[in-house]
Design a protein around this ligand. Structure first.
Ligand code: PGA
Length: 252
């Protein structure tokens, strides 16, 4: 099982080539020779190639922010797992709440993406999280359980090493205020137990990372929690100094 913590940078629909060039060079410089941590950068599709070139010979890995479930065909605007691998992108994010909300992605679509991506050999981060309303009405665990069961339906346990679960409470994303340590801890423990019960004979279970307003001041306490295997960082991942600081705090 991969015991390294994971720091996953989700740039969302931000950054053009010039910003990317400066940011990635800065990150490579700031994290020169770092080990014991997995770092994944997720630019938008058009910039995957540029980031691949910039990070060649480094340990940084590349992720797409989305992927389609078919390998090729008449699916205008979509990108397949094999195409991602072809350009050196070894990860895909699946089911981010912004895609569930704005692109109306369902758990069924997400499940097809999980199945075809893992089968093709991609690593994936499957994002789950509750809305403010679900939290207010005490449906957090039910909602997370539903997303896990439907998102991971039919996944063979041999694919679990390729899977990371990203827990992101929707109401704290981009808010500047992460969920409380208590909340993070109880949901991560819940996810761990839930996944363990879904795959009772699995040798290794997916890592579980927290996302939602992670920054340089809260990251250490978050990754110190049991069952928190890293962080998924949005805003702070686009600032070189902040991102390097976060990675260094995760690894120490
Ligand atoms: P944030 O975004 O760190 O800006 O809250 C996290 C995410 O949406 O992945």
């Amino acid at each position: 099982m991969n015991k390294n913590k994971l720091v996953f940078a989700n740039w969302k629909m931000n950054l053009h080539s010039e910003d990317i060039n400066t940011l990635v060079k800065g990150v490579l410089n700031g994290l020169n020779d770092i080990s014991g941590v997995d770092i994944v950068l997720a630019p938008t599709f058009p910039y995957l190639g540029i980031v691949k070139l910039l990070t060649a010979n480094s340990k940084i890995r590349l992720s797409a922010q989305n992927v389609f479930w078919e390998e090729s065909g008449s699916y205008t605007g979509e990108v397949s797992p094999g195409m991602l691998l072809d350009v050196g992108c070894t990860w895909a994010m699946i089911g981010h709440s912004e895609r569930r909300q704005h692109l109306l992605e369902t758990n069924e679509m997400i499940n097809k993406k999980v199945l075809s991506s893992t089968l093709k050999g991609l690593n994936i981060i499957l994002c789950v999280g509750e809305s403010f309303d679900q939290r207010r009405t005490k449906k957090t665990f039910a909602s997370i359980s539903d997303q896990l069961h439907r998102g991971l339906r039919g996944v063979g346990e041999e694919f679990l090493p390729q899977i990371v679960i990203g827990y992101e409470p929707i109401w704290v994303i981009g808010s500047g205020q992460a969920a409380s340590l208590n909340d993070i801890s109880s949901v991560h423990n819940f996810i761990f137990t839930e996944v363990e019960s879904m795959f009772p004979t699995a040798e290794s279970l997916p890592r579980i990372v927290y996302g939602g307003s992670v920054n340089t001041t809260n990251v250490e306490q978050i990754v110190d929690l049991d069952n928190v295997d890293g962080v998924l960082v949005g805003n702070a991942s686009m600032d070189c100094d902040k991102f390097c600081d976060i990675v260094l705090k995760v690894v120490k």
